[in-house]
Design a protein around this ligand. Structure first.
Ligand SMILES: [Zn+2]
Length: 159
C-alpha cells in the first residue's frame, strides 16, 4: 500500500498575513472573511470538526473565483491564514503547523512564547504545555545555578 502523503494542492505551504487577504489561486482581492462557526445551525448534529471551527474561515471571493472553483476555505490563526483544501481535523492541524512555522515565535529564541503559541493553535494539549513550561523553569534554575557563582556560594553556605 502506498502511504506517501500527497500535498492537498500547490498552495499548501503558502500563508498570508492580513487582512486584507487575496485568493490563494489567482490573487484576486477578498472582500471579507467569515468563520465556520457563523454557519453552524443550532439544530445541526455536532461533528468532531466543529471543535476546530474557530480556525476554519471562508474568504469572500469575487464571482470570477467562485465560477473558476477557487477554494475560499482557509485556516486562520490570529491574522495569518493558510489554504484548506479539505475540511478534516488532520488538514486543519497541518495548516496550523504551517502558519506557526511561518509566523510563530522562534522556538529557540523564545521557547515560552512558542509553547503558548502551540497551545493556542491546538497542536499541543494543555498538559503538554504545562509539562514543557515546567521543564523550561527547571532548565532556567539549573542554568542559573551553573552560571551564577554567587548562588553556588549561597547554596554551599546554607549546607
Ligand atoms: Zn481566485
Amino acid at each position: 500500500m502506498d502511504t506517501k502523503i500527497v500535498p492537498q494542492n500547490e498552495n499548501e505551504n503558502k500563508t498570508q498575513l492580513g487582512p486584507p487577504y487575496v485568493c490563494f489561486t489567482c490573487g484576486a482581492p477578498s472582500t471579507g472573511i467569515r468563520c465556520y462557526l457563523e454557519f453552524l445551525s443550532p439544530r445541526a448534529i455536532p461533528k468532531p470538526l466543529d471543535t476546530w471551527g474557530e480556525y476554519i474561515w471562508y474568504l469572500w471571493l469575487p464571482q470570477s473565483c467562485r465560477e473558476a472553483g477557487h477554494s475560499a476555505r482557509v485556516v486562520r490563526l490570529n491574522d495569518a491564514i493558510a489554504p484548506l483544501a479539505q475540511a478534516t481535523i488532520e488538514r486543519v492541524q497541518a495548516a496550523l503547523a504551517v502558519i506557526a512555522a511561518a509566523h510563530g515565535p522562534n522556538p529557540k529564541a523564545d521557547p515560552a512564547a512558542s509553547i503558548v503559541w502551540q497551545l493556542v493553535a491546538g497542536t499541543i494539549t494543555p498538559a503538554d504545555a504545562i509539562a514543557r513550561i515546567g521543564a523550561l523553569c527547571h532548565q532556567a534554575v539549573v542554568g542559573a545555578l551553573e552560571t551564577e557563582p554567587v548562588l553556588l556560594h549561597w547554596q554551599e553556605a546554607a549546607q
